[in-house]
Ligand binder design. Sequence first.
Ligand SMILES: Nc1ncnc2c1ncn2[C@@H]1O[C@H](COP(=O)(O)OP(=O)(O)O)[C@@H](O)[C@H]1O
Ligand SMILES: [Mg+2]
Length: 285
Amino acid sequence: MPEASMTPAAGGASDTPIVVEHITHIYPGGVLALKETNLTIHKGEVLGVVGQNGSGKTTLVKHFNGLLRPSSGKLLIMGQDSAAQPVHTLARHVGYVFQNPNHQIFSTSVQAELTFGPTNLGLPPEEVKVRVAEAAEFFELNPLLERHPYRLAFPLRKLVGMASVYAMDPAVMVLDEPTTGQDHEGSNLVRKLVRRLREQGKTVVIVSHDMALMAEVTDRLVALWSAEVIAVGSPREIFANDDVMQRTKLHPPQITQFTRRRWPGDPQRLALSVAEAVKLMSEAR
Ligand SMILES: Nc1ncnc2c1ncn2[C@@H]1O[C@H](COP(=O)(O)OP(=O)(O)O)[C@@H](O)[C@H]1O
Ligand SMILES: [Mg+2]
């Protein structure tokens, strides 16, 4: 695929890798899973997607690399209309890590799974080797390279899914419920991954119910409710929004709830971490 055909549209791709314009998604059978959705994702940001089960989070993010196509509306991916681009082209730019790794992984060894993506990008074998080695190291998979992914426990299989997308080095990485089922160590790896991607200037989209993770790593949150975006804002703004919290039935992190009760109605004094709460408490003395 010659890169020349991917020249970004004027003013588009450099600062906005993903622009979602009025997309609606109706599944075969008639389920309306996403309604008239608009969203602009900025380069280098970490964007969280929150909402109850079934609110349309996975449906939304699967549009970003063409796994789903909108029933109406359009998406600009790296400044280009996504409808004109096949999945394999979109996958160069946007990597999607499945909520369920069983839907993603198909190779018979961890090594083969990590090698597949970068090889498919047409990279020279030496470069593929480097990428696979880096991904295996980062996700601590070196002792497991010869193992069959299906013989690994679910959380490890999920890390293999993350590592295989990481090895492709996409500009945008989408993580669908990355910490679900992970123990402390696995969750820390996810946090380390987001920090690394941020340092590299990548754009990250995380779908999660883990509000502590969201408070810690995201710049903005998108709240979905019943197939619609009902709010977009900083984690502080979203956690301070009673209407959004009630409709989505989400609970801010405990430390955030604590400072809300301590200073009701003052979104400025809303802590996202224990360190922030300690600072607020000492200032209040
Ligand atoms: N392949 C599918 N076919 C039909 N309906 C689906 C399919 N996938 C998801 N849905 C429905 O679409 C809605 C949104 O699902 P989903 O995007 O998976 O939500 P979330 O990720 O927020 O839990 C739900 O009502 C779900 O049952
Ligand atoms: Mg989902």
